[in-house]
Design a protein around this ligand. Structure first.
Ligand code: NDP
Length: 328
């Protein structure tokens, strides 16, 4: 079986090699999956980097934090050969070997059966980024967001999380304001359903006043940093921000004022250790609420050979939409 495997050189830095490896080399697990598709997320960029981004513990290592495929063998009664499955999270591709190989052996608890109507290819066009975007939409809804409340802001909009969030929100009837640093991405974002394009520089400045005009009914934030701090002061009364990512930085130089004077909620979104029941619900929502024609327009096809370069690019904010790695 072919795999992209990270191996340490004599300086201790990890380098990617595409190799034939034996199935016996795969880690322990009760289900063997024939991987059909994987993808590239920001975290994959870190795992493909020479120091593993602080996420990879041991080498040699097969990255790929998510994959979709067909069960080949199973010691778990919940899965049988031929079942279509998807895996995201559980530190697969970081601590456990991941999806950048033709087969993966994993714990059955980590696998989710694919909902009817979603192919393995579509599941990985969605990937961890899109799965997390759906979790964010669910969290905003659970905190009372409805389409008639006003525009919802999506930051890092041309990225993986942002593209899927934009498409889902627009499909659900929300007015979507998309923040991007790429003016050339405006047409793409409008095709995803954005009604307003917000230039990154308009919203990326250090906060001058803790409260600005009440503008956004909700926000899905993939950027963090100063942008998140600024956005908190622009939220409507009682509105929520779903914080997903840190593409713009981990430190948030915010004040407490939006929380205590406007009742703004900051909702943390973690995709890695979600309970299985919520994962299944999330994939079912993806099946109904993400228009598959829009998903198709997000796809950038790739092979294992392309991943080292694409991994470096995603860390610099250079990847648009969703990279789809074909292993079928
Ligand atoms: P992408 O690289 O695809 O998208 C990130 C986008 O953020 C870029 O496309 C760019 O969009 C924007 N951006 C990049 N750098 C900056 C910057 N310095 N300042 C402002 N905006 C910037 O990554 P993903 O969408 O896959 O992931 C986004 C974030 O979400 C990452 O931090 C990732 O680790 C995190 N994440 C978290 C998960 C969780 O479980 N909480 C799960 C999945 C992802 P544009 O050019 O349009 O401005």
């Amino acid at each position: 079986m072919r795999a992209l495997i990270m191996e340490q050189n004599s300086d201790g830095l990890a380098e990617p090699h595409i190799k034939e490896i034996s199935e016996d080399a795969l880690p322990e697990g009760d289900v063997l999956v024939r991987v059909e598709y994987s993808t590239l997320n920001y975290k994959d960029g870190l795992c493909l980097s020479p120091k593993g981004g602080g996420l990879v513990r041991n080498y040699p290592h097969v990255p790929g934090i998510d994959f979709a495929g067909t069960v080949e063998t199973s010691e778990c009664p919940d899965f049988k050969p031929g079942d279509k499955v998807v895996l995201t999270g559980w530190r697969v591709g970081e601590v456990h070997w991941g999806g950048y190989a033709e087969k993966a052996r994993v714990k059955s608890d980590w696998l989710v059966p694919l909902p009817d109507g979603v192919t393995t290819r579509q599941a990985m066009a969605v990937g961890t980024a899109g799965f997390t975007a759906m979790l964010a939409v669910m969290a905003l809804e659970e905190h009372g967001l409805k389409p008639d409340q006003g525009p919802v802001l999506v930051t890092g909009a041309t990225g993986g999380v942002g593209s899927v969030a934009t498409a889902i929100l627009a499909h659900l009837g929300y007015e979507v304001a998309a923040v991007t640093g790429r003016p050339e991405g405006a047409d793409y974002l409008k095709s995803m359903g954005a009604t307003q394009i917000v230039p990154r520089e308009d919203i990326n400045e250090t906060i001058k006043r803790p409260l600005e005009s009440e503008t956004w009914a909700g926000c899905i934030d993939a950027v963090g940093g100063e942008m998140l701090a600024r956005v908190l002061g622009q939220m409507k009364y009682n509105a929520s921000v779903a914080a997903i990512g840190l593409a713009g930085g981990a430190a948030v130089p915010a004040t407490i004022i939006p929380f205590i004077l406007r009742g703004v909620n900051l909702l943390g979104i973690d995709s890695v250790t979600q309970p299985k029941e919520r994962r299944i619900r999330c994939w079912n929502r993806i099946a109904t609420d993400l228009p598959m024609d829009k998903l198709e327009a997000m796809i950038q096809p790739a092979t294992l050979e392309d991943l080292p370069e694409l991994g470096a690019s995603i860390l610099k904010g250079g990847v648009k939409g969703r990279v789809l790695v074909d292993l079928s």
